[in-house]
Unconditional design. Structure first.
Length: 245
């Protein structure tokens, strides 16, 4: 049986316990044995992490020791998958550049706050991960991100939607969903998921289902898609991250 570890905590505004429960349901429904922890010390056993198939962080605005990040990084480099959404993976540990390098970047803003109506555009891609899912509109936080140029972008959103100091620049298509490699491990991220109700939206939940199951051993079966509509509600580098700049 495949093994997954979900670690939730940090800022409670993102409803990490509820989001973790959604992910647990998806994984157990797909035949995974799932361990759920609300302690970062779950990352302390490096050998245990290496034996997993998937790590799912659901932790916003926390602080983490470098040794724990190194353990997660080494596991992913070895082939363990890591997948997550919103601030639970991309705003987990603002002081850890190692975490950001592994996951593909970091959150910087959400102009307009919660309740901004914007469109998620599914890109034509060599990846089948989002095949059959149409563009859709959501009312939620629109994440403005700093993103690793090495990622494979699967969905985007257009900025600006609301005025701000950024809005006098040219329009930009910001990644919403992407994949990348870290060593031989697969990384999946979706910027949607401010709270549990957004994660439960059919296209978002389906994207997360596919991302969570996107593993080195193969692609999960594709379930039905939904028409567009508005939904509301590497080891040699380890030493570098110990250096202060």
């Amino acid at each position: 049986m495949k093994q997954a570890l979900i670690v939730w905590g940090g800022w409670p505004g993102h409803q990490p316990e509820q989001v973790a429960a959604i992910f647990r349901g998806i994984l157990e429904g797909s035949g995974y044995e799932v361990e759920v922890s609300d302690k970062l010390e779950a990352f302390a056993d490096a050998q245990k992490l290496m034996a997993l198939d998937l790590i799912v962080p659901v932790w916003t605005m926390g602080e983490i020791g470098e040794e724990l990040v190194k353990n997660v990084s080494a596991a992913v480099q070895s082939g363990v998958g890591i997948a997550g959404c919103h601030g639970g993976m991309y705003d987990s540990f603002r002081k850890s550049v190692h975490w950001q390098f592994m996951t593909g970047g970091n959150w910087v803003s959400h102009p307009g706050g919660d309740g901004v109506e914007y469109t998620v555009n599914i890109k034509n891609s060599s990846s089948p991960l989002l095949e059959g899912i149409d563009d859709f509109t959501v009312k939620s936080e629109q994440y403005y991100l700093h993103v690793d140029p090495a990622v494979e972008v699967l969905a985007t959103t257009r900025f600006p939607v609301v005025p701000g100091p950024h809005s006098l620049n040219k329009a930009v298509d910001m990644p919403v969903v992407w994949t990348k490699r870290w060593g031989v491990g697969r990384v999946f991220y979706c910027s949607l998921g401010h709270q549990a109700d957004i994660v439960e939206m059919p296209p978002v939940k389906e994207m997360m289902r596919r991302g969570l199951l996107w593993k080195a051993k193969g692609w999960p079966p594709i379930k039905r898609a939904w028409p567009g509509r508005i939904y509301s509600s590497i080891a040699s580098l380890e030493g570098h991250f110990l250096c202060k700049s």
